[in-house]
Write a protein that binds this ligand. Sequence first.
Ligand code: M6R
Length: 593
Amino acid sequence: MCGIVGYVGSDTKAKDVVMNGLRRLEYRGYDSAGITLYNARFRIFDTYKDIGRVEHLAQISKLAMPSTIGMGHTRWATHGAVTKNNAHPHSSQSGRFIAVHNGVIENSDELKKQYLSDIYFSSDTDTEVIIQMIEKLSIQMSVENAISTTLKLLEGSYALLIIDTHNPETIYAGKNKSPLVLGSSKDGHIIASDIMALSDYCDSFVALKDETFTVVHDNRAHFFDLNHQLIEPEYLKIDNDFYQAEKGEFEHYMLKEIYEQPSVIRRIISRYLLDEKDEIDEHIAQQIELSNRLYILAAGTSMHAGYIGKFLFEKYAHKPAEVHIASEFAYGQPWISDKPFYIFISQSGETADLRACLTKIRKTDAKVLTITNVKTSTLAREADFSVDLLAGPEIAVASTKAYVAQIAILAILADKIGAGLDIKASLNRVALVMDKLLKEQKISEIVKEKLVKRNCFYIGRECDYYTSLEAALKLKEISYIQAEGFAAGELKHGTIALIEKNTPVIALIGNRELSAHTRSNLKEVIARGAQPIVIAMRNASLSSDDIIVEDVHEALTSMIMVVPTQLIAYYAALDRDLDIDKPRNLAKSVTVE
Ligand code: M6R
């Protein structure tokens, strides 16, 4: 993953722009960070980099001179360990070229062997291969040609910013598969991995296309394909409000985002379900009707929302649907019906595994819908249709409000093709019940008392099983407790061997018809010493249950059942004093395969 940002202009604000941009891009990786800034007095670039977070970089670079050009990087390691040497920016052997890079160059070892055996490398990164190639080629050709020739040789993904120290008022930027946007303001240009890094300074942006590069100089940006032919950019307006996100009174973004869920549902209702202005393209429902099987592709939390989508489409709208892990679908050979319709679900709209699926699907005539929280994202732009989740920026790495919004959108789509969910009233009810639950919740006490082990199981049936998968993922990713979600009836077929005295088993009982079965499965584990925690809907509850939530439409119980599990994960991580918004080894937007 990684986040990159660069500024070139007439104002001496490069350091502020780059540091602010890095703070906003830190969700993309936070192993190490670096910045390079032009020092006009000595005509050199001052580079600062180290392992650690962007705030540490701010400390070590605090004496840097004001500058009109600079670029920075926040890293999520792919090639090479988390070390200062592997942190970006990287320089070519002579120091002439400097680069920051997001992506993975799959043929870097081959390029190194074939062209660069005489070059000294100071890091283990694939990025250094790019910059050494450019330096080598620039001996025989212009810098622009050296860049385009190098980019043509690269296999893999890159969003790349390059500075030639012999020509220090220019930034070159190349893009393939990894996201890269260029924003223009009156005093200069900012190029970054995400609009978030531009939104405080720019009103419009260009999303660079794959296999293109841009040269930014003298307050102008020129765009080229890799054959060095000029291409016409398309400037789009930035929705600046979308990118403003503060924690406010909350200690963490995750908690804030959990508490925002009722208002997200109300926003979805007001934009998509008021008769006079349904903003969902009517062709989407037509395409779903025309298809004979839906293929829902996603990763992680978004995939869990996909399972709920399958449940809604099949049980209520009688439309066959399959859910696939994006990274498996991209290179596997699943049987595809003769009239498929693809639904991609991605909070970020940048997930590389889904982009690989898109490449595969584009070889057929099938149509693709992307459901995403970032309407300007790559997957939103490249799909045939897109629906905006309207969840507002989700900053915490652990996804919460986007997940609930994904289910709401899937329910609306299922309803459009006849699921009969009385969707407006049903979603309103979910928002109301969620408000109440969030006001009265006492989950931190339950967590302190009962979640005392290093492992934990969630169990449930039908869509409670899907919720248990999501609940377990949330607990794992932020509290580092080993957690698994199971179909309640499946535990006894092997995994029950792991139950010991006090192993927490959290039963999700949102479905009244199946509650007796789930409760029997719970008894089986209690008999083996498990510590049970029960979360139940009122109409399926017993007075002894730990958390009882008020009833909602039976098709939408998963939207409400997930909330206590999000809070369990949050308080478990809080108790362990962990970095809740930026858990270890993770990044918010996974732009590598
Ligand atoms: O941006 P996407 O929804 O495509 O991301 C998919 C997963 O990487 C994401 O849901 C991940 O599982 C989250 N960290 C979960 O909280």
